[in-house]
Design a protein around this ligand. Structure first.
Ligand code: DX5
Ligand code: ZN
Length: 229
């Protein structure tokens, strides 16, 4: 890792929020001190589950700001195939980052361009059994790498340890590129393993059930920050 201290970001996944009160959940978790809102899009095709689309993203956008009115980025994680048309809709719905799984797109480079042409930051997501090879031809184009530490589709699963080695490899890719690319990890992150994930090289941490599964969001987030610092 760089000797420079990374800026850590905590990105709660609203997949584990109360869907009947999504706007309040976003506001409450932001008031508790998170950095991004992670928005898991599932299509019952690429993954077995089905969640929410661009209209929900658009409805939540006005809620994604701090009590002082500062916008909090919406980090859209697409678990859909095909990618391009809905990615464009999410860009129009106010997404700040849009990431997709390269194995879900027939033309990965084109999908990245489709996202970036809308002025949105683009990311690639790697499943637990998937290699990072596609970075050889895409790293100069992307803003974020998302390593899955569970299989995509559901919240509340256990962290898969081999993700740590993949995070280390992804960090090497980023250092070689010399680019400012976020290294995010998604799945099974808790206050008691977040430090290990950061030590492997991650700087951005998705957590769904660990935060929304507890009554006091701030206390979990504070525990995560303490572990990171
Ligand atoms: C899984 C999603 C994750 C999920 C994480 O497909 O991409 O973002 O919500 O949930 P936890 O933190 O509960 O593992
Ligand atoms: Zn996710």
């Amino acid at each position: 890792m760089n000797s420079a201290r990374p800026t850590f970001r905590i990105a709660p996944s609203i997949l584990s929020a109360d869907f009947a009160r999504l706007g309040d959940e976003v506001k409450n978790v932001i008031a508790a001190g998170v950095d991004w809102i992670h928005f898991d899009v599932m299509d019952n095709h690429y993954v077995p589950n089905l969640t929410f689309g661009p209209m929900i993203c658009q409805a939540l956008k006005p809620h994604a700001k701090t009590p002082a009115g500062v916008a909090v980025p919406i980090d859209v994680h697409l678990m859909i195939s095909p990618v391009d048309a809905l990615a464009a809709s999410f860009a129009e719905a106010g997404a700040d980052f849009i990431s997709f799984h390269p194995d879900a797109s027939a033309h990965v480079h084109r999908s990245i361009q489709a996202i970036k042409s809308k002025g949105v930051k683009a990311g690639l997501v790697f499943n637990p059994a998937e290699p990072l090879d596609v970075l050889e031809w895409t790293i100069d184009e992307i803003d974020l790498i998302l390593i899955m530490s569970v299989n995509p589709g559901f919240g509340g699963q256990s962290f898969i340890d081999s993700a740590l080695r993949k995070i280390e490899l992804a960090r090497q890719w980023i250092e070689r590129s010399g680019k400012d690319i976020r290294l995010e990890v998604d799945g099974g992150i808790k206050p008691d393993n977040i430090r290990q994930v950061a030590d492997a090289g991650a700087d951005t941490f998705v957590a769904g059930s660990a935060i929304f599964g507890k009554p006091d969001y701030k206390s979990v987030i504070d525990q995560m920050r303490t572990a990171l610092n």
